[in-house]
Write a protein that binds this ligand. Sequence first.
Ligand code: ADP
Ligand code: MG
Length: 695
Amino acid sequence: MIEYSQALTELEWIPKPRLAALRRLEIETVEDLLTHYPRRYEDRTHFAPFPREESDTPILVCGEVVKTRLVRFGGWKKIFEATLEESSANALSQPLVLRWFNLHYVQKMIATGQRLVVFGKPRLRKNRMCMEHPDFEVIEQDDEISVHFRRITPIYPATEGLSQRVFRGLIFATLENLDPESVPTLLPKGANLGSREHALHEIHFPTTTAQCDAARKHLVFSEFFAMQLLIGSRRSAAAVRPGQAHGAGGLLLEQFLRALPFDLTTAQERVILELRRDLASTQPMNRLLQGDVGSGKTVVAIASMLLAVESGSQAALMAPTQILAEQHYSVLCRWLEPLGVRVALRTGARQEDNAALPLFARNDDARVPQANNPNIIVGTHALLYEGVAFENLGLAVIDEQHKFGVSQRARLTSREPAPDVLVMTATPIPRTLTMTVYGDLDVSVIDQMPADRGKIVTAVRGREKLPEVLLFIRKELEAGRQAYVVYPLIDESDKLDAKAAAAEYEQWQERLRPFRCELLHGRIPAPEKQAIMERFRRGETSALISTTVIEVGVDVPNATVMLIENAERFGLAQLHQLRGRIGRGAHKSYCILLSDEKSPETVEKLAVLEKTSDGFAVAEADWEMRGPGDLLGTAQSGLPALKLGNLVKDADLMREARAAATAILAVDPLLESRENQRFRQLIVEQHGRTFSNVS
Ligand code: ADP
Ligand code: MG
C-alpha cells in the first residue's frame, strides 16, 4: 500500500531516471504526484469505426499497422507514412494513412504488426483517408488499453522528459495502490463533497464528466478553504496581539485640514472616519486603502498619522522608491512644519530631518509631543533594516503596497506592541482577489476623484507621427506646461542601458530646443536625482526624459503631457500608473503612447487606455487579457500558488470557502480545539512553505 505522504524515492517500482524527471517538475511525494492535475481530457470512451469521410472533430480509432514507408520530397524533407487497418475489417472498411512530416522519432516508434491507437481529424488526401500528425499510442499489452483508452483520458500539463503515457501510467499505478486511509480529507464539517481520495481518482480517471466536475469541485474547494484558513488565521493572530489605542481628540488633524488649499472629497472624508475608528481601538489596525492614481491617498495617510502623533506615538511612512520618499518628505515638511510636527527622512541614500523647527512653529494648541525624536519618519526600504530606531512606533503607513511583499510588511509591523498598519495601493483589483491577496486586511476605498481635475486624453500613435507629436508637445510647453518622456529600460542597473538613456536624452534635447530637458534614471546618484526632481517640480525644467523611476507616486500637477516610447513593452497596469503622473491639476492632459507594433494583442491592449482613464476598468481589462496569475504573485501575497482553482471562474467557491473558514475561526481563533487540530496542522505546514522568510 502506498501512503499519501510518502516520498516517491521509497516506491521501488519507479525507475531512477523517472524520479529525476519528476523532480525537475518539483514532484517529490505521492501527494505532489497526485496533485499534478490534468490540464484537459480527451474523450476516448469509444473507439470509432474507421472513418469514411472528413471530420473536424477528432476521432479515436484502433487498428493494426500493415505497412510503413518513408517518402522523400524536396531534397531533405521526409514524410513518414503508416497504414492502419481495422482489426475486424470488412468489405466496406478502408485503411487509414497516418502521416508525419519531418518527425524522425515517430519513424523509430512505429513498426508493422503493432497495434496502435490514434486520435486525430480524418482528412481526404488524393482519395486516401489520412490523419496528419495524430496523437498516437502503441499498445504493448491489452490491459494497458484500460489505462489510456476506453475512458475519459487525462492529458497533463508539462511532463518534460516523461511522455503523457508514462506519466499517466505512474499516476494510475499510484492510485491503484493508494491506501485510502492515508489521504486526509480537509473540508469543513457538512461540506458533503465526498472523500479526497475518491476525488483524486475521479479527477485523474473520471468515470463520467459529471463525476469529474464533482471531483474538481471538491479539490478546488479544499484548496480555497486551506488558503482562507491560512489568511484567516493570520488575521486572527494579528487581532489578538496587544495594540495601542490612538484616540486623540483630533485637534491637530483639524488644523491640518483647515490649512489645506482644497476641500476633501466625500470619499476621503469617509475613509478618514473609518481609519479614525480603527485607530481609536486597542485592536491593531490592519487596513488596506485602495484608490486610483490621483485620488488623493496621501492626504488621508497624513490625516491618520496626525491622529497617531497627537496620541503620543510615532508614525512611519514607507515608499517603494527614493524619489517618492523624497516627495512625501517635502510635502510633509511643507504642510506639517507650521503645525510644529517634526518630520524625518530615512532612505538608504539620505537622512535628514527638520529638527531645527523655528520657534514660532511650536503648536501649543494641539500639543504636539515635543520629544527629541521625530514625530513622523518617512523612508524607503531602509526603514525596515537596522539603524532606524523607533521610539514608539504607533502607526506604519505603507504606500504603493503592491511594490512591497507581505514579508516586508511583516518586518516593519512585527514589533511589540503591534503598531496600527495602513497599506495603500493604486492597483484596484477585483473583489475575489481582494479577499485573497489582501484577505487578512480590512478594506477602505476612495472611489471618487477630486472635482477640479482636468481630463486626460490618451492616443496611440505610430513613430511616423513623431513630428506632429513634437509640434503638439512644444505647444504645451509654450503654454507653460511640462512634459514627461518615458522610455522602457529592461534593466535599470545595466550600464549599456544607461548609455542608451544618455543617447536618447541628447536626441530629446535637440527635439525640444530651446526648452530645458533633464535626464532621470535609476543609476543617477540619489542627491542628484533629488535635485533633478526638485527643478522639475519648481518648473525650471520643462521636460523630464525618464525611465520608469517616476512610475509611482510622483506628483507634479503642472505636468500635462506624457509621451511613452515603445508603449507595447509595458503592461496595462504599469501604463495606467505611468499615465497617473499627469492629469493631476486643473489643466487638460495628454498621454501619447508611441508604438509601431501591430499585433492584435498590442492593439487591443493599448486601445483599452484610449477608451478609459478609470483604473478599475483598466484593471478588469488587464485581468481579462492576462488572467489573474500575475496579480497573485506568490512573493507579494505570501500565499501558496493555486494548483487547480481559478480565481475568476471559481469566485463563488472562494466566497463559500472564505465563509466556512471565517466561521471556524470565529469560534476557535487559534484552532485550539481537538476537532480543529487537523486544520491547525495544515496551516503550520503551509506556513512553513510560504512564510519561511519571515521571523
Ligand atoms: P495618489 O492617490 O495617487 O497618491 P495624491 O495623494 O498624490 O494621489 O494626490 C494627488 C494630487 O491631488 C495631489 O497634488 C494632492 O495634493 C491633490 N489632492 C488630494 N486631495 C484633493 C482634493 N480633495 N481636492 C483637490 N486636490 C486634491
Ligand atoms: Mg500616491
